[in-house]
Design a protein around this ligand. Sequence first.
Ligand code: URP
Ligand code: ZN
Ligand code: ZN
Ligand code: ZN
Length: 460
Amino acid sequence: MSILIQNGILVLPTGPIQADLRVAGGRIAELGPGLAPGASRVIDAQERLVFPGFIDTHTHFEMNKGFPNETADDWYTGTRAALAGGTTTVLDFAEPERGATLASALETWHGRADGAACCNYGFHMTVKDWSPSIRSELREMTAAGVTSYKVYLAYDNLRLSDAAAYEVVKAVGAEGGVVGCHCENGDLVTEGIRAQQAAGNLSPAAHPLSRPPAVEAEAVGRWLTIAELAGCPVNIVHLSTLRGLEAVRAARTRGQRLYVETCPQYLLLDERSYRLPGFESAKFVLSPPLRAQENCAALWDALEAGEIDTIGTDHCSFRFHGAKELGREDFSKIPNGIPGVEHRPSLMYTYGVAAGRITAVDMARLLAENPARLFGMYPQKGVLAVGSDADLVIFDPNDTGRITAETQYQNVDYTPYEGMALRGRVDTVLLGGEVAVEGGRVLLERRGRYVSRGPSGFWR
Ligand code: URP
Ligand code: ZN
Ligand code: ZN
Ligand code: ZN
């Protein structure tokens, strides 16, 4: 069946235009003013914005599966929440057991997502240890549509040595892929935690003290040195500090090619959340931690200046009761991560576009086009163009409301954005040319498709 979206404000890379858009056969078939309805089902999009489906390239669904700190959202609930909020594609992190092949992790992640996912999906591959045999595995990953990787410089069970990180960047770069990095100095974090414990600071308030901004800034600088020596563009995930940003600026001034992700929580929430009474602030324990307000302001400035390339959520949800509570006696045992996959588009619209900080075109670039380009999905995804997949969001900028855990799809008993006002809401979502969400309610479930990705399309 074909659908004609009439009279919407189409958010094109060149600017918004009032026009119609027809989808047929799962793709965008036509766009322009005054298209004839013919036999198409008509959706009236008057006074609504039509965005390319949003892409969240940073989620963790079914993480730590089988352990007490397993995430609350599985592939079904997490992608259903994503879809309800206007996200039509997610990239999650497949993670091999130490010493196991990348292919084994890919198989495991497919087993979890295939047939369960409500939005489209792909996988980054986490590299936890380096051996030359991984080089030969990369070819196989490319053929399977996995062209991006993630390394950690923190977390004792995940982190790589600098030499190993260098080998990964070089090998992935030779394949035309990109490596993203969790930038915190793992040694100093371990020591920071030990020092807080030794001082008897065991509440969630000790979490940010154990990993201050310098710990991120050092790792950003080191990661960029590793990339410079390897001679390959790299990505920095969840940048949270002005100091980290300064390291980014210094590298770019030297001519280095690199990409930066930040997340809504680092723009909209700050360290005051760690002063809540009792154990309440465990809801805000994630890494990197929330920062002093001046960092949020610096990230907004960077966003306005075009220095940030993508906005992902780092959705990693744990229930307050049962999971976050594992750390009631010791903050270091609180599972790290917060939910957010459902709320990124409406938050970025409200506090970015409606607040006059960025334009709707900027929002489409940060939440759809750049993620698609960096991770080898463009122009199949990320843009309103004839021939592109008909993953679309019809967004009502006049619909107001508030975020609350009571009405969210996310399978978790709180949201860090509880009570925050929204100006603008996702109304209708098309997934592969079919109406998957209407009036904010999910109609189509388990219809997500695996996205086999190509090489990174670097643009800077
Ligand atoms: O605290 C967080 N962010 N947990 C998820 C894993 C990561 O570091 O991205
Ligand atoms: Zn991380
Ligand atoms: Zn993450
Ligand atoms: Zn409880």
